[in-house]
Design a protein around this ligand. Sequence first.
Ligand code: ADP
Length: 432
Amino acid sequence: MAIEAPSSPFYSPWPDRLRHSAIILLVAGLALAVLVGLDELSPLRASVVFACIAAAALVPWRLHNAVASREDVRGVNPVETAAVSAVVAGMPDPAVLLDRAGRVIHLNAAAAQLAPALRKNELAQFALRSPEIITALREAIATSETRRATYLDHVPVDRWMELIVTPVPVPTLFGGTDKCMLMTFHDQTPLRRVEEMRADFVANASHELRTPLAALSGFIDTLQGPAKEDAKARERFLGIMHTQATRMARLIDDLLSLSRVELSAHVRPDTLVDIVPIIRQVADGLEPLARERQVAIDTDLPDAPVVIAGDREELLRVFENLIENALKYGASGGKVVVSLISAVSGEGVPEFRAIVRDFGPGIAPEHLPRLTERFYRVDVGDSRAQGGTGLGLSLVKHIVNRHRGRLLIESVLKKGATFTACFPQAKPPSGT
Ligand code: ADP
């Protein structure tokens, strides 16, 4: 389907046709006059012949003229109208309307931004240059069925777009139908990323579970075989098996907690809780670990209640993870300070900040942005040796987010690390 005037079938240059008819009549009239002048034809016969020629030349023009009047009523090329252009321009996703040859009739700003090589009146195939897309365009026109293809964009960042080519029947001026193609792009990047994350998560989780499981079954084999009668070895192996089983249980606990928190991420807790006793309970509970690691836990907590809208169990997990990490990874500093202060966020929101600070080796700056990713660890071996799962900080971040708070991580190498959980202050009940 050509869409360009004046060669387009949608256009009817009828004045040209009228001119052609007039020329034919003039030439025929002259020829007949010469024949009559030469006495080769009687004037009567010449008049009859002229009348026939005139009818032959003018009737098609009259017919055409009738069609052209319909065009006046209906307007120009139906797909070139401002209305169609406005519809394409108003589509939220990148959209391009093509003629049946693949030439661009309309494109919206989003499409022009996505694929700057696409230009009006030029073939989309040249601009998109993907065999998959070219096949989709060809098949959509040939079969009148929707076709899909993938459009990959790498600048400025990788993006996956699903390209959908929908054949659109359009009326022609002569009462028939022709076909256009509506090509729309749908950004699949977020879905792709989630899918990749899900696949990574499953791979990581099964790897983490498989490691202690392999150790357990190895020791079971040994206890059933070579070490069957060796009481000393049995004692030692059972100890290792216990550690591995605990690790598996902890991993499963963390996974379940994480998915529970994710499921309720959109629901902000609304029970009012005092976080001072929660922090004290956690610090007291971790005293044995602190003694074992020869670390002193200093608490600097207010005497008055510090009330936030929160979930007690989840807040226990936050402080358990932060203080336990400080004791495990920052033990060399010999001291962990846990404090609670009132402050105002950058947006002017009053908040409480629970700060857990250690004086251990600290964390290199390149690791800081990734610490809250699931299974991310600075040193996998060290984390495993400490019984870590790599899920603790991810869980902390999710819980803090659910409480509409923020988790801040600061560290200077060799000087320790500071983890700050910020929670918005609970609004006092109305009327007070
Ligand atoms: P894990 O179960 O491995 O402790 P986390 O998500 O709690 O997992 O922590 C992720 C990683 O962050 C840890 O493996 C450790 O490398 C690092 N990390 C966490 N807290 C500290 C800290 N206080 N000092 C140094 N490194 C830390």
